[in-house]
Design a protein around this ligand. Structure first.
Ligand code: ADP
Ligand code: MG
Length: 396
């Protein structure tokens, strides 16, 4: 796929429409709770400003379901952005319409406007042509920097592009694609993937696609419970998917046929429920009837860390336990630490997934990874081997 970079495009004096991913969590007082995604898009925005573009930014936020709703206004984002850029950011009061048109028309070279939440219109998610044409009418150049939305074929990620003459990827988009697609090509070995989180069903396609590529696959979190039960384990009251046991069994058989090591937890931290102050370390294959496995155990965490220490390429998606509760966060923390150390020794370390990034934020180790993906679903779909519509639409 040949995709131009923003650095290949002529921006001077032109209206440059940048689809960004400002879908950030907000605080109850309507401030930005986690600005990672905004910060990550700053290099692209600054690049366009420095080149004398008239910058039009557009994003969705939350799920307002096609209707204007002040709860989902991009106002807090505009305030954060103005502060971060040290310049005025004019927020249009709607995604398209006379107000938006005027804001765009008033833009000077190096000026920045932000359209209101794209999902205030039903046309965005429906990829409606009229809405797409309205967005395109604001743009001489289209740039997509919203990797987190690249797996969706919406008006701002796909529909509008054919109505704009110049198009390309932003700097964040390029970085995301570069790091993640590296995992699907030639990698430095050993290549290890650590997959956790809640459900096998969410991630089976990623597991299948990675199986042919990795040297070892480490599985933790609630997803491991399904695999452990598929192997005949007693899982007590652990969260698992009884309807995915056959799938799990077939997967393990396939891995064995191919000689790929799938490592499951040997011990787990079990408790009666999430209200427990602490858990009890038990055998992963033998969780007491009244308890649930809520984290990988210390022996498992050590053995996973050993595998990580020897790897040259490491991908992690999905926490090893209910990391939201400190008593069950140690397994996930151990993985984060082992990866940080591996980065220090020259390994390529890549993390994807909203909750996995939350683990890194809690442990303060996000900066110690080679790459943290801003796209949860998008990163998984890319690793499933799917073509992301937002990327396909950028190709010429
Ligand atoms: P990501 O967002 O990184 O892709 P997921 O959304 O797949 O990760 O999974 C994260 C969720 O899985 C977390 O809310 C975590 O509490 C939960 N989880 C992990 N391990 C367990 C477990 N053993 N039992 C119950 N929930 C778990
Ligand atoms: Mg999640």
């Amino acid at each position: 796929m040949a995709i131009k970079s923003i650095t290949d495009l002529d921006l001077q004096g032109r209206r440059v429409f940048i689809r960004v991913d400002f879908n950030v969590p907000l605080t109850p007082a309507r401030g930005v709770a986690d600005a990672t995604r905004i910060r990550e898009s700053l290099p692209t925005i600054k690049y366009a400003i420095e080149r004398g573009a008239r910058v039009i930014l557009a994003s969705h936020l939350g799920r307002p379901k096609g209707k204007p709703n002040p709860e989902y206004s991009l106002m807090p984002v505009a305030a954060y952005l103005a502060e971060a850029l040290g310049r005025e950011v004019v927020l249009a009061d709607e995604p398209v319409g006379d107000g938006a048109k005027k804001v765009v028309a008033d833009l000077r070279e190096g000026g920045v406007a932000l359209l209101e939440n794209l999902r205030f219109s039903p046309g965005e998610e429906a990829n409606d042509e009229q809405f797409a044409r309205a967005l395109a009418s604001y743009a001489d150049v289209y740039v997509n920097d919203a990797f987190g939305t690249a797996h969706r074929a919406h008006a701002s990620t796909v529909g509008m592009i054919k109505f704009v003459s110049a198009k390309g990827a932003g700097l964040l988009m390029e970085r995301e694609v570069k790091f993640l697609s590296r995992l699907l090509g030639e990698v430095e070995r050993p290549f290890v993937a650590i997959i956790g989180g809640a459900k096998v069903s969410d991630k089976i396609e990623v597991l299948e696609n990675l199986l042919g590529r990795v040297n070892a696959l480490l599985i933790g979190g609630a997803m491991a419970n399904t695999f452990l039960k598929a192997k005949g384990g007693q899982l007590g009251r652990s969260l698992l998917e009884d309807d995915k046991l056959a799938l799990a069994r077939a997967f393990l058989r396939k891995a064995e046929d191919r000689g790929i090591e799938v490592v499951l937890p040997r011990d787990v931290v079990a408790a009666a429920g999430i209200k427990a102050e602490s858990g009890k370390v038990v055998s992963a294959m033998n969780v007491p009837e009244d308890l649930a496995a809520l984290d990988i155990g210390p022996e498992t965490a050590r053995s996973f860390a050993d595998v990580i220490a020897k790897a040259k390429t490491i991908f992690w998606n999905g926490p090893m336990g209910i990391f939201e509760i400190p008593a069950f966060a140690e397994g996930s923390t151990a993985i984060a630490k082992a990866m940080a150390e591996a980065t220090g020794k020259g390994a390529i370390t890549i993390v994807g997934g909203g909750d996995s990034l939350a683990v890194l934020a809690k442990t303060g180790l996000a900066g110690k990874m080679s790459h943290c993906s801003t796209g949860g679903g998008a990163s998984l779909e890319l690793l499933e081997g799917k073509v992301l519509p937002g990327l396909a639409a950028l190709a010429s």
